[in-house]
Design a protein. Structure first.
Length: 93
């Protein structure tokens, strides 16, 4: 097995771990933000519009972190794991 194959395989495994982590983290984060919003609305129904506004902002921040993690995972999958192939092409082999 060549070193290029091993590094590409490690890149795929790293992407899978990052994708699973951001999926689980985003789900937990969205659930926590939503649960707190429902609790706040139950305590103060008259503040519902203001609470929903903060709910949308909070979920947006959680989802932004997920997209950052996805970008990092895609970089590892397509960028970092192809470094040996680029180095080999530049060396003229």
């Amino acid at each position: 097995m060549s070193p290029e194959t091993i590094i590409a395989g490690i890149g795929v495994i790293a992407f899978a771990i990052i994708a699973a982590g951001f999926a689980i983290g985003t789900t937990i984060g969205d659930g926590m933000v939503s649960a707190r919003a429902v609790e706040a609305i139950a305590r103060q129904p008259e503040a519902r519009p203001n609470i929903l506004q903060f709910l949308i902002i909070g979920v947006g921040f959680v989802e932004a972190n997920a997209f950052i993690a996805l970008g990092l995972g895609l970089f590892i999958l397509f960028g970092a794991s192809s470094i040996p192939l680029v180095a080999k092409a530049l060396a003229g082999h």
